[in-house]
Design a binder for this molecule. Structure first.
Ligand code: GLC
Ligand code: CA
Length: 571
């Protein structure tokens, strides 16, 4: 099972601008984070992942870095950072930085120089090309709508940006770029950070010659993911980064790698690959999209059989060969309880059921700020209340192609990244305890009902349920390392599985909907000796586990000891 501290850890993701504001300017900051470290320690988290806090003009909330080795003044100073790191370490927690190596801000001095002239020494730090037939060099579509190419008059060439035009892609074919990036990563490691999330790392290599993508619909831009995602050479570059820099530190790394399945993921995280510890997969994030090709905005209902198939694939393929990073929400996704649960009638139970799912899978659980109190999607009425560049670009593009406001807003209510970016709801006071000023983005109006102060006081709250789940992980190695086996693969409402490590076995039973199906225990399992470890409902005396009627969104985890060598111990 190859034990590692990062396999036994629970990660808590902070979106700094929305976490805690210490100075009343309406934007979260490092001193705000410091003031909440006791809250996080108390919850039991081990690692804090902080989204980018580097100097940045903020066109994509920090994912557009203009100085990798400085802190954005809105978040504080380098002294504040050093203090935060010390305070995290002194509480026995660790810090994972979010590093954007695929692109910089257009205001990064490298790009400012690069665009000066074709013979500027920094020209080849970015990807510049001449136009073709009076238009951009190829037909690739950006993640944030429109072409990936931006025309720059000064030198009469285009630069490539997979994200917004304020985020030019770095040219990883240039060894000078690689040297600079390595140097910078080493600089942070020497400061004592404990790991990195590598943003958009799957995209650092683009297909040779930047060819057009096939264009079946005849539109001007095409989703060309396969021409800039997970290409072979990415692995050479990551191994190089590992051997030259990462190898020397006991850290944790996770890559953001959309568009791959578990077998491909093993190329990044397989034991002995010398690349990354984990990757974030996206397959389950596309369950409610009409097709991967149509993008995220085309929303359809998701189904449980597909979820089981995807998660089981990851669980079984990576077991003993790599390691999973499990998540249901982050700063780019809608709130998990609104998406996979019921945030109206069963917010409490369904949030706890989803938490059980997240924490009982094999892999490191990543939870996102506010998830532990069951925060929900924001769904603002007016587009004017949205801040996210992806959402705003999408809105404009759809409006320009004649789609009605109502229809666009429907998709935005379900999928906008701002759903997860409203300020953390600390208490029921004005500003939700997040700020004494005017928040940079509106609060979710339900903060009076849903907030951390209330949740901490209520022993039955979602918060306390998460706390218990995290504590259980520390007590039972089987939660960390146990092998997964799916039960009832074709049941449309119940997701059940076992986890087995030597003589310990867990049985996890989750009702994913608001109906009341009966769980029937498979023949090869026995209820004898099963002890209830955690559940989101009180259980009645004399229940028959062999045939157990489940209540809406009910979750149960049992543990038992099985004789070594017994049938059940083999799976
Ligand atoms: C990643 C980040 C996202 C950002 C993008 C560009 O997908 O998670 O927030 O917009 O990369 O850096
Ligand atoms: Ca502030």
């Amino acid at each position: 099972m190859n034990p590692k501290w990062w396999k036994e850890s629970v990660v808590y993701q902070i979106y700094p601008v929305s976490f805690m504001d210490s100075n009343g300017d309406g934007r979260g900051d490092l001193r705000g984070i410091i003031s909440k470290l006791d809250y996080l320690k108390d919850l039991g988290v081990d690692v804090i992942w902080v989204c980018p806090i580097y100097k940045s003009p903020g066109h994509d909330n920090g994912y557009d870095i203009s100085d990798y080795c400085d802190i954005s003044p809105e978040f504080g100073t380098m002294a504040d950072f050093d203090l935060m790191l010390r305070e995290i370490h002194s509480r026995g927690m660790k810090l994972m930085m979010d590093l954007v190596l695929n692109h910089t801000s257009h205001q990064h001095p490298w790009f400012v120089e690069s665009r000066q002239s074709k013979d500027n020494p920094k020209r080849d730090f970015y990807i510049w090309r001449k136009g073709k037939n009076g238009g951009p060099p190829n037909n690739w579509e950006s993640y944030f709508s429109g072409s990936v190419w931006e025309y720059d008059e000064r030198t009469d060439e285009y630069y490539l940006h997979l994200y917004s035009r304020f985020q030019p892609d770095l040219n990883w074919e240039n060894p000078a770029v690689i040297d600079k990036l390595h140097e910078m990563v080493a600089w942070w490691l020497k400061k004592g950070v404990d790991g990195f999330r590598f943003d958009a790392i799957a995209h650092i290599v683009k297909a040779e010659g930047l060819p057009d993508a096939l264009n079946p619909q005849g539109s001007t831009t095409v989703r060309a993911y396969e021409l800039f995602s997970n290409l072979e050479h990415v692995h050479t570059l990551l191994q190089n980064l590992y051997d030259k820099v990462l190898y020397y530190y006991d850290i944790m790394t996770v890559g953001e790698t959309s568009g791959l399945g578990p077998e491909q993921a093993l190329v990044y995280v397989g034991d002995g690959r010398r690349e990354l510890n984990m990757t974030f997969q996206f397959e389950h994030m596309f369950l409610d999209a009409a097709s991967a090709g149509s993008g995220k905005w085309d929303v359809v209902p998701w189904n449980l059989l597909a979820l089981k198939k995807i998660m089981s694939g990851w669980q079984t393929t990576l077991h003993n060969r790599g390691w999973n990073a499990n998540y249901l929400c982050n700063h780019d996704q809608p709130r998990a309880v609104s998406r996979f649960g019921d945030d109206v009638r069963y917010r409490d139970c369904s949030a706890k059921m989803l938490a059980t799912f997240l924490h009982m899978l094999e892999g490191t659980p990543y939870m996102y700020q506010g998830e532990e109190i069951g925060m929900t999607n924001a769904a603002f009425q007016s587009i004017d209340d949205y801040r996210d560049v992806e959402t705003l670009n999408y809105y404009e593009e759809r409006r320009n192609s004649g789609v009605s406001d109502e229809e666009i807003m429907k998709a935005i209510h379900k999928k906008s990244r701002d759903n997860a970016r409203t300020p953390m709801q600390w208490d029921g006071s004005e500003g939700a305890g997040f700020t004494t000023g005017v928040p940079w983005i509106k609060l979710n109006s339900n903060y009076v009902e849903i907030n951390a102060a209330k949740a901490v006081k209520d022993p039955d709250s979602i918060y306390h349920y998460y706390k218990k789940l995290i504590a259980l992980r520390k007590q039972h190695k089987v939660i960390v390392y146990g092998e997964y086996r799916l039960l009832l693969p074709l049941h449309p409402e119940i997701y059940a599985f076992t986890r087995t490590l030597e003589e310990r076995q867990l049985l996890i039973v989750l009702n994913f909907f608001d109906r009341s199906p009966v769980f029937e225990m498979p023949q090869d399992l026995s209820p004898d000796g099963m002890e209830l470890l955690i559940s989101n409902y009180p259980s009645a005396k004399g229940e028959d586990l062999r045939k157990l009627p489940l209540r809406p969104y009910e979750a149960r985890v049992y543990i038992k000891t099985i004789p070594l060598g017994a049938e059940g111990a083999q799976n």
